[in-house]
Write a protein that binds this ligand. Structure first.
Ligand code: AQP
Length: 224
């Protein structure tokens, strides 16, 4: 019998921290036992915020190496870099054309990051959740293990698949039943470690791009 499929990823926006481990990667390691697992380094997401291209290339490889160091086994899981698979962008465009703008404007992460970028905020930052939906829907993923902060993006991916694609474009089988085009994925959010808070500001979540967290401190996963 085919195993349920899992897909997840991390942005190479800096050194991984304990929140990334407890909220996501720790679960990935266990899921390899029971699921068909796909783990990507989502470098196209990382260019929605200010970045240095040479550093991004380095961090992309470092993030993939950390996956392996954390226990992701390339013999059992498919490990890849998002930008190396053009179909992610191709599907994102198709989904863009059916996703209402106001669905994206209410995303909490967009609002939080847009405030930090001021008048430099890009269309890419707004569109981040549609690219994430494409990442997931492209692989017919059944489950997506993420931390609590990604729950709203997962719900958006489900709404795009169900309401904007399947409900509009599904064909009918011989019995007249709709044949869904896209699989609607389920979020997999474990209660423990779903939202690890910053060590310097207990009111906000631990974050790679938080300038107040210092790489090399207790919360960071060593890069070497
Ligand atoms: N503080 C956290 N607690 C639990 N889980 C977390 N995750 C992130 N922060 C926490 C989970 O880690 C996975 C990878 O996250 P991401 O890199 O794709 O983006 P993010 O959620 O925006 O993570 P960061 O660390 O805060 O990155 P930046 O600073 O670049 O935005 C996801 O499953 C996420 O839920």
């Amino acid at each position: 019998m085919a195993r349920a499929r899992v897909l997840s990823g991390v942005q190479p926006t800096g050194a991984l921290h304990l929140g990334n481990w407890l909220g996501a990667i720790r679960n990935w390691v266990d899921l390899q036992e029971s699921h068909d697992t796909f783990f990507c380094v989502v470098d196209l997401h990382a260019i929605t915020v200010p970045h240095r291209p040479e550093q991004l290339a380095d961090d992309t490889l470092t993030t993939a190496a950390l996956y392996l160091a954390c226990g992701i086994d390339p013999a059992r899981s498919t490990v890849f870099v998002q930008s190396q698979v053009p179909a992610h962008c191709e599907l994102a465009w198709l989904l863009n054309c059916v996703t209402p703008l106001n669905w994206l404007e209410r995303m909490i992460q967009f609002k939080e990051k847009a405030v930090k970028q001021g008048d430099q905020v890009s269309v890419g930052l707004l569109d981040y959740p549609v690219l994430m939906a494409a990442d997931i829907l492209l692989y017919d993923a059944d489950r997506v293990p993420v931390g609590e902060d990604q729950k709203q993006h997962l719900e958006l991916a489900r709404d795009i698949a169900q309401q904007r694609i399947n409900a509009r474009f599904a064909s009918r089988d011989a019995a007249g039943e709709p044949v869904p085009i896209l699989k609607v994925p389920e979020p997999l959010i474990l209660p423990e470690g779903a939202r690890v808070m910053s060590l310097t500001d207990g009111s906000s979540k631990m974050s790679k791009s938080d300038p107040h967290e210092v790489p090399g401190s207790a919360c960071w996963i060593p890069r070497s």
